[in-house]
Design a protein around this ligand. Structure first.
Ligand SMILES: [Zn+2]
Length: 178
């Protein structure tokens, strides 16, 4: 008997596109040197192809040894990190090689209003975020107002413990093979 359908097993990707790109945004965030807040972002077109990605860091090419990573506010703004850090979304937009119109942005933290201005100006269609821990802060409230006014949708993605467990197992397996 020769059953040609024997290998035609119905399979489904264990990762949704949302999970796939959020994991990429998380991995981008791991590149950040910021000791307190590591943020990553990935912009994706309607064919689920990545256009650009970024993480929060100092201005590209600057002499980083001259700049402070601390946020202690007993010293002036010139000696705090905030004045020098480019946010993950801003970096992704700055370094994008393709048009972002209609794209989806995956971010590990809800964008601030400064990044929301850039996202809205680039006509991004949707923002998918992981954490909204600054939801009560003015910069988040303003960012949501900007998105609402220009019609950018936003929704929170819940990454399941199962997914993180799989990722952990994968990383552990890779490391043990080295
Ligand atoms: Zn920002």
């Amino acid at each position: 008997m020769n059953d040609k359908t024997i290998n035609h097993i119905e399979v489904k990707s264990p990762l949704s596109w949302d999970e796939y790109f959020m994991l990429q945004a998380m991995i981008a965030s791991f590149r950040s040197k910021d000791p307190s807040t590591k943020v990553g972002s990935v912009f994706v077109d309607s064919n689920n192809h990545q256009i650009t990605m970024g993480y929060n860091g100092f201005i590209a090419g600057i002499n980083e040894s001259e700049l402070p990573w601390g946020k202690e506010n007993t010293v002036g703004p010139a000696d705090q990190k905030y004045g020098y850090v480019v946010h993950a979304e801003a970096n992704a937009i700055l370094h994008a090689k393709g048009d972002l119109t209609g794209s989806r942005a995956y971010v590990t933290l809800f964008p601030c209003n400064e990044c929301a201005k850039l996202i809205a100006s680039k006509k991004v269609s949707e923002v998918i975020y992981l954490s909204d821990k600054h939801q009560d802060k003015d910069h988040t409230i303003i960012a949501k107002k900007i998105f609402d006014l220009v019609g950018i949708k936003y929704r929170q993605l819940e990454v399941t413990p199962k997914l993180l467990e799989n990722l952990n197992q994968h990383l552990a397996g890779q490391l043990s093979e080295i």
